[in-house]
Design a protein around this ligand. Structure first.
Ligand SMILES: [Zn+2]
Length: 275
């Protein structure tokens, strides 16, 4: 029963995320005016605006002008529901679930604005960063490497302080590493490789996930990007100067890290005999 409620909320929020994904890069309000077809401008009737169902019933076309509706709309709705369900089955009805759900939804917006338009809007990353820092005072952020270093010096800070510091260090590690890589890239190729949007994205991820999972996000995002980009670059010269949406890869990795990163790190530490 609760799974069904989470799924329905996921679909409804996904529908709102679609509005954010379309309007935020255009600096339009996400509240007003109501939804309308981008092709003919007709406002969309409430019964044509039901997540997933309307897309299927309308066979992916506008009722008024028959223009194709992007399949990304139902994809975002289904994806949001799926990620919230995964979060719920992991955390149950807890504050951790709410925090992870908010994080996942912020990331889903950025995954698709970067994919569609190579844009990572600052209003999303800035408010996400602020929210991540505030929440780190309420829900503990994983700060393992930091806690470990402090313990070596005989320092045992209170959990809340360690959590907030973990969020800050995570942000600095994520954003800082990305900034450094971007600068290096600029020197090497004399062209902007990584946008500042990616740096902002990683600052936000850092405040939510803390240092260990943030570095894991960068690692997994880079591997994912490489696995997808290299075959294209080898087979088609068209893709050699192609601007890949790095933020999309990082976002997918961040959601994965927020769900399975913990288990992955534990497995790695066990395997490497660290503990
Ligand atoms: Zn239309």
């Amino acid at each position: 029963m609760s799974l069904l409620i989470v799924a329905l909320f996921g679909l409804a929020f996904g529908s709102f995320l679609n509005v954010c994904i379309y309007r935020l890069p255009r600096a339009e309000s996400v509240v007003a005016p109501g939804s309308h077809c981008p092709a003919c401008g007709h406002s969309i009737r409430w019964h044509d605006n039901i997540p997933l169902l309307s897309y299927l019933l309308l066979r992916g076309r506008c009722r008024d002008c028959q223009a194709r509706i992007s399949p990304l709309y139902p994809l975002v709705e289904a994806l949001t529901a799926a990620v919230l369900l995964a979060d719920f089955s992991l955390y149950g009805a807890t504050p951790e679930f709410l925090k992870n759900a908010v994080f996942a939804m912020l990331i889903i917006i950025l995954v698709f604005t970067d994919l569609n338009e190579r844009r990572i809007p600052h209003p999303v990353t800035l408010s996400g960063m602020a929210l991540g820092l505030i929440l780190s005072g309420l829900i503990v952020v994983d700060s393992r490497p930091l806690g470990w270093i402090l313990r070596q010096w005989g320092i045992f800070p209170p959990a809340v302080l360690l959590s907030i510091t973990g969020a800050l260090v995570g942000a600095l590690a994520g954003g800082g590493l990305f900034y450094a890589v971007g600068e290096a890239f600029y020197y090497l190729r004399h062209k902007e490789g990584l946008g500042f949007g990616d740096v902002m994205l990683m600052l936000m991820v850092g405040t939510f996930l803390g240092p260990a999972l943030t570095l894991l996000t960068i690692l997994l995002g880079s591997i994912l990007g490489t696995i997808i980009a290299i075959p294209f670059a080898i087979t088609s010269p068209r893709f050699r100067g192609y601007q890949w949406p790095y933020g999309t890869f990082l976002g997918i990795a961040a959601i994965y890290a927020s769900l399975q990163g913990e288990a992955l790190l534990r497995a790695y530490l066990q395997w490497s005999g660290f503990r």
